[in-house]
Design a protein around this ligand. Structure first.
Ligand code: NAD
Length: 476
């Protein structure tokens, strides 16, 4: 592993072999046997303790995230707070896993449903949110009585270990939250194990599709969240200063390594020139450096040198395809941190929509502008893409915004909000190749995903009402 700001190797992660994968599953099996029998009140006490510890000690976690991911400290804290929201939602789980009861559906017969945990559930997470993404899943899974095995990204594995230690301090029994460090071998071990009941995956689209297909083939419940290419549609009546601020925040925050980052601005003419000038002015003022510095910069480095080369190659492709590179971050370096994986904020104008740099996810601080003639052309571009994670419209026209929310084929929509990540009591998930499966993360979807329902039809026999022998299909 690297510190991306310095480029220095800071630690080694040991990747699990078959024996360690089996040991993790065996430990989770015994954890589940204990935890699933804990009363609701006792489970809730552990969740509240975890929430309190996290709240008090979150600075430690933020520093770990910044050291291994590179994002600035305030951004690391932001992801923890969004994860903490889900922990807080999960503390209210008794209400959310209640079943339902119908009395006297037929004379003397009651029907009720109960929600039970699945058993061992697997969570496989990406590098870009080492705390928040796991927290989209494990608080709810644990609250519902499951045992979780988390396979974090091998690029920044320490946050998951810190969270595991916090669970132990909070009183969670051993084996209920297990961290399995590893690569494809560990992932495949979870996908193929008959002991693992479900898989929650977040990462790039090709891997999400592989996870979805493989886990389904092994009979598992699966939610696999993939990549994105999020567009911001700007109508000519929008406040362009607000739009420029938000495009810069949403395009370059976390160096663009967010699945909800805005990577394309669709400027409805005649505003493109003015908007590009405003965005360029703001880019020139951005401070880029080591996210751990006390005088906190706006933006840190990319995750690895390999990823920086990939981002750079997409700017080369855009240029070759005839786009205009308005601000070029390819040769950007930070004084004193020449070995860090920095890439400067980049602004591209007139990118052809046939270019791979337009069609594929770049996952770096690269914002492209496409000029469109009107709302319909912009909408068509968004809807013809293969991703459907997030999008935003900027306008003061309520009717246009309302049309957009109805017509756009995307799972999460912002109206004058650039990064519309839903709060914990709604659910997070895109459409199309941004989500394989039909269950989103957290909110009511989360509780449904991590529980299995039983419906019970019950009659307490009254000898006088005994119906005798009748081989017909039961009717009311
Ligand atoms: P990734 O797909 O490379 O890795 C994700 C996880 O899968 C990691 O734990 C990794 O170890 C594992 N993995 C990688 N290759 C594998 C393989 N061949 N077989 C089995 N497992 C494998 O993603 P990443 O680079 O860590 O994260 C960035 C991606 O995640 C971006 O595409 C981003 O859009 C996406 N993302 C999506 C969301 C969302 O909510 N839709 C959120 C965050 C990130």
């Amino acid at each position: 592993m690297f510190n991306p700001a310095t480029g220095a190797v800071t630690a080694q992660v040991a990747l699990a072999d078959d024996a360690e994968i089996a040991a993790a599953i065996a430990s989770a099996r015994s954890g589940f046997a204990v935890w699933s029998q804990y009363s609701i009140a006792k489970r809730q006490a552990v969740l509240f303790a975890f929430r309190e510890l996290l709240n008090v000690r979150k600075d430690e976690l933020a520093r770990i995230i910044t050291a291994e991911h590179g994002k600035v400290l305030s951004d690391a804290m932001g992801e923890i707070l969004r994860g903490q929201e889900v922990v807080e939602l999960a503390t209210g789980f008794p209400h959310l896993i209640k079943g339902a009861f119908s009395e006297n559906v037929s004379t003397g017969i009651d029907v009720y449903s109960i929600k039970q945990p699945l058993g061992i559930v697997g969570v496989i997470s990406p590098f870009n949110f080492p705390a928040m993404v796991p927290m989209w899943f494990f608080p709810i899974a644990i609250a519902a009585g499951n045992a979780v095995i988390l396979k974090p990204s091998e690029k920044n594995p320490s946050a998951s270990l810190w969270m595991a230690r916090l669970w132990k301090e909070a009183g969670l029994p051993d084996g209920v939250f297990t961290v399995l460090q590893g690569d494809k071998l560990a992932v495949d071990g979870l996908l193929e194990s008959p002991d693992v009941q479900s898989i929650s995956f977040v990462g790039s689209t090709p891997i999400a599709q592989y996870i979805y297909e493989t886990a389904s083939r092994h009979g598992k419940r699966v939610q696999a969240l993939g990549g994105a290419k999020n567009h911001m549609l700007v109508l000519p009546d929008a406040d362009l200063d607000l739009v420029a601020d938000q495009a810069v925040n949403a395009g370059f925050g976390a160096a663009g390594e967010r699945c909800m980052a805005i990577s394309v601005v669709l400027a409805v003419e005649p505003i493109a020139d003015e908007l590009i000038a405003k965005i360029s002015e703001r880019i020139a003022r951005l401070r880029i450096g080591n996210g751990a510095d006390a005088a906190e910069p706006d933006m840190g480095p990319l995750i690895t040198g390999v990823h920086r080369e990939k981002v750079s190659s997409y700017v080369d492709i855009a240029e070759r395809d005839g786009a205009k590179i308005v601000v070029d971050g390819r040769d950007f370096r930070v004084d004193g941190l020449e070995d860090g994986f920095f890439f400067g904020p980049t602004l591209i104008d007139d990118i052809p929509v046939t270019s791979r740099a337009y069609r594929e996810e770049i996952f770096g601080p690269v914002l492209s502008v496409v000029r469109v003639a009107g709302y319909d052309e912009g909408l068509e571009l968004i809807n013809s893409g293969r991703f459907g994670n997030g999008t935003a419209i900027f306008t003061n026209d309520g009717g246009a915004a309302r049309r957009f929310q109805n017509e756009v084929q995307v799972g999460m929509i912002g109206i004058n909000v650039p990064i519309p990540v839903p709060v914990a009591y709604h659910s997070f998930g895109g459409w199309k190749q941004s989500l394989f499966g039909d269950a989103k993360a957290y909110g009511v979807h989360g509780f449904d995903f991590f529980t299995r329902e039983k419906a019970v039809t019950s009659r307490w026999l009254d000898p006088a009402a005994h119906g005798g022998i009748n081989l017909g299909f039961p009717q009311n």
